[in-house]
Design a protein around this ligand. Structure first.
Ligand code: GLN
Length: 178
């Protein structure tokens, strides 16, 4: 929420389907994917989130959120993830990564019981890899990162996501007369 504020966006917490109405972008955060899946089921959020993504609203999944976006969960992006792929809590780590499309110095990525992308379809673009495994991917309006961009002071990835949200709602989409 703080990072979103610092790049000029207003963050709202989504707890119920009604909270999705009128938003310009959705971040599926880190946490624990089994627990979040139970919450999505309990509050009837899965289908409304699928509809939101299908309507073209930018969606970003981070860590557990990457798992939730995959084929076996919400099916928002054509990837299969491997949970806890880098190991358990003690194997959590930070690494410097370069993200395709995000300028400036390397980004410090924080991996906490992080997943990696085990398999991906042809339409999925790999933005970053670690040890030969994709850790940042994008397909159309849906992006997913294995790491936690909110845990460092660097807000470039939030700015990148908010830009994607803004460009979708810009007057650019107004149809010009011939
Ligand atoms: N390991 C967690 C899971 O499987 C994800 C961890 C995280 O979001 N930091 O859901």
């Amino acid at each position: 929420m703080k990072h979103l504020g610092s790049v000029g966006a207003t963050g709202l917490e989504v707890r119920l389907p009604a909270d999705l109405v009128g938003i310009d972008g959705l971040i599926l955060p880190g946490g624990e994917s089994t627990t979040i899946t139970m919450g999505l089921d309990q509050y009837g959020l899965a289908d409304p989130i699928r509809e939101l993504a299908a309507s073209g609203v930018p969606v970003l999944g981070t860590c557990a959120g990457m798992i939730l976006a995959d084929r076996q969960h919400l099916g928002l992006i054509d990837i299969t993830t491997r949970r806890n792929a880098f190991g358990r809590q003690l194997a959590s780590f930070e690494d410097e990564i370069e993200l395709a499309g995000v300028g400036g110095p390397p980004f410090t990525a924080v991996f906490i019981r992080a997943p990696w992308v085990e398999d991906l379809g042809d339409g999925v673009e790999v933005l970053a890899e670690i040890q030969g495994h994709p850790v940042a991917v994008r397909q159309g309006n849906v992006s997913a990162f294995s790491f936690h961009p909110e845990l460092t002071a660097d807000d470039r990835l939030h700015a990148w996501f908010v830009d994607a949200c803004r460009s979708r709602i810009s007057p650019r989409s107004v149809i010009q007369p011939e």
